[in-house]
Design a protein around this ligand. Structure first.
Ligand SMILES: C[S@@+](CC[C@H](N)C(=O)[O-])C[C@H]1O[C@@H](n2cnc3c(N)ncnc32)[C@H](O)[C@@H]1O
Length: 151
């Protein structure tokens, strides 16, 4: 999975196809959904996230994993903001969110490079970063964490 992730941006340059198409193809062949489900059950038995009312998710792609995570582990969530750079992924994510996959949660998806994002409008209780930090340089990671901590 890590290798696939690292290679995706190079494939996008080499092939005249979108990141969205390539990522969807990679996801067809991996077992990440099953791994995440097992991990979530393990975490659910050990950690209580019931205090989490607001969440920002960074680098969600179409958001399927973040939505699974939120539904299983954040029972009292009221606000969910996704930050994603890929326009097609954001389009799919917005369509999913509009279907009401997170009932009772106010949702939005922002299409922006996290490096250019101004940070959440209000302080949030949780930040989800699934499979994204390895694609962000250490300097940008530090800047992101600082941005999140100072809101
Ligand atoms: C490997 S995918 C993971 C998607 C999702 N979190 C998951 O686990 O299924 C990484 C995602 O992060 C997005 N991403 C990577 N770097 C980003 C950045 N600097 N700003 C915003 N999004 C970014 C990519 O476009 C891609 O959709």
């Amino acid at each position: 999975m890590q290798l696939s992730t690292v290679c995706v941006s190079e494939f996008v340059v080499m092939a005249d196809v979108s990141l969205h198409q390539l990522y969807a193809k990679i996801r067809e062949d991996d077992d990440f959904a099953a791994v995440l489900r097992t991990l979530m059950e393990d975490v659910a038995s050990k950690v209580d996230f019931s205090h989490v009312k607001s969440c920002v998710a960074i680098g969600t792609h179409h958001g399927e994993r973040e939505i699974d995570f939120t539904r299983r582990l954040l029972p009292n969530l009221k606000s969910f903001v996704a930050v994603e750079r890929d326009p097609e992924a954001v389009e799919v994510l917005r369509a999913n969110l509009q279907k009401g996959v997170l009932p009772g949660v106010e949702t939005s998806a922002v299409e922006v490079l996290v490096q250019s994002w101004s940070g959440p409008d209000e302080p949030v209780d949780a930040v989800l970063m699934l499979n994204v930090m390895n694609g962000i340089t250490p300097v940008d990671r530090t800047a992101l964490i600082r941005k999140l901590m100072t809101q």
